[in-house]
Design a protein around this ligand. Structure first.
Ligand code: PDD
Length: 284
């Protein structure tokens, strides 16, 4: 099936999109991105994603992007694609200089690329039975709060997880502090409390993470933004991932260790159901 894209306001099939070799996203990973879920033809948590997009642009000082226009183009592209279940990918790079220099080129115009991709939810079964993850050292940089396309450490971590037959790698700092997954946020239940790392430069402020915080509060589930240590993983009764396409994903195995009784735990299931419920309300 053809995937519909928009490059700098021009609509075309994704397979026909060409990016200049001197584009800084290509050369340096000098770019930011967003991924939004589309449920029944409508973009989910649009305001939250747009706010983070603006923040990412500001953080790396990409100027000249009209966020309102970009947003209108994103919505038009979703409509034109006819996609009901899927995602929209949005990337903004600093553009191309006349030659390759590390410092910003004086007159680069940001490059804006969007595409809409339909899919059949690939995680439905794993969400029901739970998934396995590995742990790995977090070798990323010091601004993981910026949604940059500079994802080499995430790519290598995700590949290591795949080769171990797992869905995700949970990352930890040298002092044992758990940060997040390579492309997901994560939560644990320790001594009856749900914990997740507080927002900082060490993690991406996940949009789904934010929603789960709100869902837990309205369900009366005690949740604290407090880091888990790698040693805590031996004691947690539940673990789960959150992310735009992952939604709320129970973890039943970490490295060689089974979590709880090897089945999704009760708190995870409640939050999963709360998530489904708000999506149901959104799509009605
Ligand atoms: N990943 N942490 C990292 C490092 C991520 O890349 C992502 C998202 C998340 C979850 O954030 P959110 O709930 O806003 O999707 C956490 C996207 C989906 C990706 O790279 O494809």
């Amino acid at each position: 099936m053809q995937i519909l894209a928009d490059l700098n306001g021009k609509r075309m099939p994704l397979s026909e999109v060409m990016v200049p070799a001197l584009d800084r996203g290509f050369l340096f990973g000098d770019a930011i991105y967003e991924v939004l879920r589309i449920y029944q033809g409508r973009s989910w948590l649009l305001d939250e994603h747009w706010q983070r997009l603006g923040r990412s642009l500001e953080s790396i000082r990409i100027q000249g992007v009209d966020l309102a226009r970009l947003r209108a183009r994103a919505l038009d592209l979703i409509d034109a694609s006819g996609v009901q279940e899927g995602m929209i990918y949005i990337q903004v790079t600093r553009g191309a200089g006349v030659r390759r220099t590390h410092a910003f080129p004086p007159q680069a115009t940001p490059l804006e690329l969007l595409w809409v991709e339909g899919f059949t939810d690939p995680y439905a079964e794993q969400r029901r039975i739970g998934t396995s993850v590995i742990t790995l050292p977090d070798i990323r940089w010091d601004r993981c709060d910026v949604k940059s396309t500079n994802l080499l450490a995430n790519v290598l971590g995700s590949q290591a997880a795949k080769e171990a037959g797992c869905l995700e790698a949970l990352l930890y700092l040298p002092d044992g502090t758990m940060t997040e997954g390579t492309h997901t946020s994560f939560f644990g239940v320790l001594d009856g409390q749900v914990l997740t790392a507080p927002n900082s430069n060490a993690i991406l402020p996940g949009i789904t993470r934010g929603l789960v915080l709100r869902l837990a509060a309205s369900a009366g589930i005690t949740l604290r933004e407090h880091v888990l240590k790698r040693d805590d993983l031996k004691r947690v009764s539940e673990l789960f991932l959150t992310g735009t396409t992952t939604e709320v994903m129970p973890i039943v195995r970490v490295d060689d260790q089974t979590i709880g009784n090897g089945k999704p735990g009760p708190v995870t299931l409640r939050l999963q159901e709360a998530y489904r419920e708000v999506v149901r309300e959104f799509t009605q």
